[in-house]
Design a protein around this ligand. Structure first.
Ligand code: MLT
Length: 410
């Protein structure tokens, strides 16, 4: 009989968000009249920007005409999109990133997992705790960890706790690690990183030959002008960091799918025989072998984000969700809860009340307010006692959810 990848058997039963959906569906089945408001998964709710829709409609027309029809595109993405990204997202912020270092993909979640294909199995890996579960689970699947212990931590991973006590800022490890996952603005805590904090990581990575996986999926939510949007704003980061970005949260592409990964050309790793290998070459090889690129239509939609109208429309979308986050922060504070994040991020991180565990708080909110959030412990052991509320919803739903919470908690 064929054998399976036993590493999958080490994983906690379900991925966090499907597990939440399962519990919510069971609740709705038992309480069909309940008007449940979902502020759990960070999925956008507002329509695609008009500029993106127009560009995609035009692209569909291109596909209907032999002279403008497109078959397979470049696996790395079309040059016209990569050039706009390089100019707007990086060069305009002083980052020396070339279009050829940008790889277009169908999502940051996939890229964060797929990137492990080009790294060895003997790296020491550090994650913050709490953390976006994909970073941990993909390493478990790849066999980079041992079993899960009773604390909910996988043997072999280095966990860097981020809690209110350290102001949600992980300490730079004292031991040597090879791969480090950082996410700013942070999912789930909504915390941001200053240039000084990122510089400390870049200095550490360069001194130790480590690679930083920098997840900037939420960079568009940064309103504080002093905060960096890209790790490449830090000197030396091109020698030690891969950055992931997405159109999901800034332009509402969660269902449309488009993202990008930056692999600088001078980034190197070591092969078993001790020689230096350019990571760009390996990622390029990986993508051209296992991926056929994002559809032409979707890339045209993403390109429209960089037009004048696209910029104005995406800014308006982000401001809308940030206003939701502000309302959530204010109302939860009024309800007597301690809140963090939500100022330069679409996530509000809440301390659960009266010593409730994260899942107790989840049940209480679901049962008494019919509001869904995400239990902090689902993001890691140090998330226990916290709860994440997503600002991705309509204004009416956010207002109604907060009204119910104030009613029950105040
Ligand atoms: C979340 O809720 O954390 C997001 O949905 C993560 C993601 O974009 O995959």
């Amino acid at each position: 009989m064929a054998t399976v990848n036993d590493n999958y058997l080490k994983l906690k039963a379900g991925y966090l968000f499907p597990e939440i959906a399962r519990r919510v569906n069971a609740f709705i089945e038992a309480n069909p009249e309940a008007q449940v408001i979902r502020l759990g998964i960070g999925d956008v709710t507002e329509p695609l920007p008009q500029a993106c829709r127009d560009a995609m409609i035009k692209a569909v027309e291109d596909m209907g005409d032999r002279s403008s029809f497109k078959g397979y595109g470049p696996e790395q993405g079309y040059a016209w999109l990569r050039e706009k990204i390089a100019a707007h997202d990086f060069q305009a912020r002083g980052c020396d990133i070339d279009a050829s270092e940008i790889f277009i993909s169908d999502g940051s979640k996939c890229d964060c997992g797929n990137i492990l294909d080009i790294f060895g199995d003997d790296n020491i890996i550090a994650v913050t705790d709490p953390v976006y579960p994909v970073y941990v689970d993909t390493n478990v699947m790849a066999g980079h960890t041992g079993d899960i212990n009773e604390k909910g931590e996988y043997e072999g991973l280095v966990y860097l706790p981020v809690t209110a006590e350290n102001n949600f800022t992980a300490e730079i490890p004292t031991q040597k690690v090879d791969l480090i996952y950082l996410c700013f603005p942070n999912n789930p805590t909504g915390a941001t990183a200053t240039k000084e904090h990122l510089k400390a990581w870049v200095d550490y990575a360069r001194a130790n030959g480590s690679i930083i996986f920098f997840d900037a999926a939420y960079e568009a939510f940064i309103t504080d002008p002093s905060l960096p949007h890209s790790i490449y704003e830090i000197e030396g980061a091109k020698e030690c960091a891969i950055e992931f970005r997405s159109f999901s949260k800034n332009a509402g592409f969660t269902g449309t799918r488009c993202a990008l990964t930056v692999v600088p050309k001078n980034l190197i790793g070591k092969s078993k025989d001790g020689s230096n290998v350019e990571l760009w070459k390996l990622w390029n090889r990986r993508q051209s072998t296992k991926f056929n690129g994002v559809s032409y239509i979707v890339q045209r939609g993403a390109e429209a984000v960089y037009s004048e109208e696209g910029q104005a429309q995406t800014k308006a979308l982000i401001s809308f969700y940030l206003e939701n986050a502000k309302i959530i922060r204010e109302k939860l504070t009024e309800a007597g809860l301690a809140v963090y994040g939500g100022e330069n991020a679409p996530y509000v991180w809440v301390k659960t009340s009266a010593g409730l565990t994260s899942w107790d708080f989840f049940d209480k909110l679901l049962q008494t307010c019919n509001v869904v959030g995400t239990p902090g412990s689902g993001f890691g052991a140090a998330g226990e006692g916290y709860f994440r509320i997503s600002a991705f919803n309509s204004r009416d739903n956010v207002n109604e959810a907060m009204r119910r919470i104030l009613d029950k908690f105040k």
